[in-house]
Write a protein that binds this ligand. Structure first.
Ligand SMILES: [Zn+2]
Length: 137
């Protein structure tokens, strides 16, 4: 609700305020996590390749840049866990991107505005960041 200024209806108006892709992604991830928590599933991790894949079921060391050998431990959904084993080079290409400046695409966790990079530390961390950035009442 902080993300949409309490105006959930505003999300339905195309081009309206607070409908940028990063905000919508954060709203979806937080809404799903809340829904799962109500059902007793408190898994705090979603797929790091694409948060829309849903909850992570495991973690793997994955090469995160085209150059060099930089690796990072990522939480992954079942499909991406399989890919990490079968075709690890494809994971980087599967990463969700959002519209960036001047028609470019940027990895979702490097997008402007909403601190989606917090998802690396879990969905609760994203919720904390959103609360911290919420306008004071
Ligand atoms: Zn995935």
């Amino acid at each position: 609700m902080f993300l949409v200024d309490g105006d959930i209806e505003g999300l339905g108006s195309p081009g309206g305020p607070r409908t940028d892709p990063a905000t919508l992604l954060a709203v979806i991830v937080l809404a799903r996590a809340s829904r799962n928590a109500l059902d007793g599933d408190t898994n705090d991790r979603c797929c790091a390749v694409n948060p829309l894949h849903g909850p992570a079921t495991g973690r793997r060391h994955v090469r995160v840049s085209a150059q060099g050998n930089r690796r990072r431990m990522l939480s992954l959904c079942p499909l991406c866990l399989d890919a990490a084993t079968a075709a690890p080079h494809e994971l980087r290409e599967r990463k969700l991107t959002l519209p960036g400046p001047a028609g470019t695409r940027v990895p979702y966790d490097e997008a402007e505005g909403i601190p989606l990079s917090a998802l690396r530390d879990g969905i609760n961390r994203l919720a904390d960041k959103v609360r911290e950035n919420a306008p004071a009442e």
